[in-house]
Design a protein around this ligand. Structure first.
Ligand code: KIV
Length: 264
């Protein structure tokens, strides 16, 4: 198997759904590698790994370290690393931090949460040879309280604005665009008018691809209330919990460690 290229991902548009999951660590990266087209080192790690209430406390150093761990252990899939909150407030800051992230992690793309005030930042980054994934619709960095998140793009006026924004982001050079919690008709229209692939999260089957947070498909962190668009594909917590219980009982019963686990 060869490393996937952007050209290959682009060629999937209108032909085959593109797959993307998040990873924050080496073991998960190794499992995802080659199974999904894109691995996203998402700033969702703020909530999933660090137990924060939202993603605003995520730092560039966190993204650098988790990004490097994942990319180093990814041979076949392409990798996307999130730029955290307040690291792309103007063109210069964005380019400086994008270069730091890309040089340290060697990820293929940076992802930024975009609106019509940040189109020029996408253009500036792409003009400076940074591969940008734009993220529109519900952009979690704008939310302090995730309970307030609602889908967007249902009303004609909002639909028109999102279509315009997506078009402008493509023109600014975005390589891919994440559509989060966007009304299905709007997501369909955006997907149809763009030449770049759309990757949906809570934005229906009409997108060119789908992304989910790895914890959500595994039913990890199950105490966090999950949005409607999440689907569990297994229950990893149950397995971990069984193993932990077995370990504790075995140690208490003095059945572990045995001679074979000990050094002479
Ligand atoms: O940070 C993240 O994991 C994301 C996905 C939810 C798209 O941005």
């Amino acid at each position: 198997m060869n490393k996937l290229s952007y050209k290959k991902i682009l060629s999937k548009k209108n032909k085959m759904p593109i797959t993307c999951l998040t990873a924050y660590s080496k073991p998960i990266a190794k499992i995802l590698d080659g199974e999904v087209d894109l691995i996203l080192i998402g700033d969702s790690l703020g909530t999933t790994v660090y137990g924060m209430k939202n993603t605003r406390g995520v730092t560039l150093d966190m993204m650098k370290n988790h990004g490097r761990a994942v990319v180093k252990n990814t041979k076949f899939s392409m990798t996307v690393v999130d730029m955290p909150y307040n690291t792309y407030r103007n063109k210069k800051e964005a380019l400086n931090n994008a270069n730091i992230l890309i040089n340290f992690t060697k990820a293929n793309f940076v992802k930024i949460e975009t609106d019509n005030k940040t189109i020029d930042i996408v253009k500036y980054l792409t003009d400076n040879k940074i591969n940008v994934v734009s993220h529109i619709g519900v952009t979690p960095q704008q939310f302090v309280n995730f309970k307030k998140i609602k889908s967007v793009g249902k009303q004609n006026e909002d639909r028109k604005k999102l279509l315009e924004l997506a078009t402008q982001l493509e023109q600014a050079g975005s390589k891919l665009i994440v559509l989060e919690c966007i009304n299905q008709l709007t997501a369909k229209k955006i997907t149809n008018i763009l030449s770049i692939p759309t990757i949906g999260i809570g934005s229906s089957k009409h997108c060119d691809g789908q992304v989910l947070v790895i914890d959500d498909i595994l039913n990890f962190n199950s105490d966090i209330k999950k949005p409607k668009f999440v689907k569990n594909f297994t229950n990893i917590e149950e397995n971990i919990s069984k193993a932990v219980k077995k370990f504790a009982i075995t140690v208490k019963n003095k059945k572990f460690p045995q001679q074979k686990h000990s050094y002479k």
